[in-house]
Ligand binder design. Structure first.
Ligand SMILES: [Zn+2]
Length: 276
């Protein structure tokens, strides 16, 4: 006779779990995840959340050591939901941050699937929509950009692929899709970035490097090429699933594109900073 690994009572010949115990354990874990998701998204009393979590764990055979992972999963789901309905609101940011502090969740674990970076990016975009210059990215090391006196760095993307194009329409099916108007800015949802990049012989991967966005310019600094473009010299923007395309003023200007890996953030950032 083996003992059930959940309730530790006899489970029967050659058996080590009761089916009921196992499903209680699984459901209990899901419940904890959704409790955290709910508070992370809607806000609420975290002390009573913690009590609920502990009660749930106790009654459903969930070990204390398992809780951290469940709380992080719930938190990630709350981030997803916060972005579902548009931008990250101040309230959503506050309740998500409160969970981090209360449960001492580490940035490293929260960012395993990119959720932590996503709220930083959401908050950066919200600052810009509100006309503020965000100071939310910690920049390590020196930035190779020759900044002007009153110029402020808003964001630096790393390992950005810079392409020069001889012809446009390298992206198929990209559309600006669903957008939301927020104060002065126009915000495009993630669903707007489904365009597929089709590389043709006219698209030349010219360099790879840092792409910096300041309140005045866009900077690029690669191993072979470095330049800056003033926001008001850009006549059009093109949203891509993994980056942005720009067209500068002037008849001879070639379309340029930057692949950052995140079109949603890059496009919303650059187009709205240009309006600051
Ligand atoms: Zn059992």
């Amino acid at each position: 006779m083996g003992d059930c690994r959940f309730c530790e009572k006899p489970a029967g010949f050659l058996r080590y779990v009761h089916k009921e115990c196992e499903s209680r354990y699984k459901e209990g874990k899901n419940k904890i995840i959704s409790l955290v998701e709910h508070i992370g998204f809607q806000g609420g009393n975290i002390s009573s959340l913690e009590k609920q979590i502990n009660d749930q764990a106790l009654s459903d055979f969930i070990e204390k050591t398992e809780l951290n992972k469940l709380i992080i999963t719930g938190w990630e789901k709350a981030v997803e939901r916060a972005f579902d309905d548009g931008v990250l609101t101040k309230e959503e940011e506050i309740s998500l941050t409160a969970l981090i502090e209360h449960f001492s969740l580490t940035q490293e674990k929260l960012d395993k699937n990119g959720a932590f970076s996503k709220i930083v990016k959401g908050a950066v975009l919200r600052d810009i929509f509100e006309g503020k210059i965000p100071e939310r990215q910690k920049i390590n090391g020196n930035i190779p950009f020759n900044l002007q006196k009153t110029e402020k760095v808003i964001w630096v993307f790393q390992d950005v692929k810079y392409y020069e194009q001889k012809k446009r329409t390298q992206y198929v099916g990209s559309s600006k899709g669903i957008s939301v108007r927020i104060a002065k800015g126009v915000y495009y949802r993630t669903s707007a970035f489904k365009g597929e990049r089709v590389e043709t012989h006219q698209t030349i991967h010219t360099d790879t490097g840092l792409l910096g966005v300041t309140n005045k310019h866009i900077y690029f600094s690669g191993s072979g090429k470095s330049f800056r473009i003033s926001h008001d010299k850009i006549v059009s923007f093109e949203p891509y699933s993994d980056g942005i395309g720009l067209q500068k003023d002037g008849v001879t200007a070639k379309p340029q594109s930057f692949v950052t890996g995140n079109g949603w953030f890059t496009y919303n950032l650059i187009t709205n900073v240009a309006q600051l």
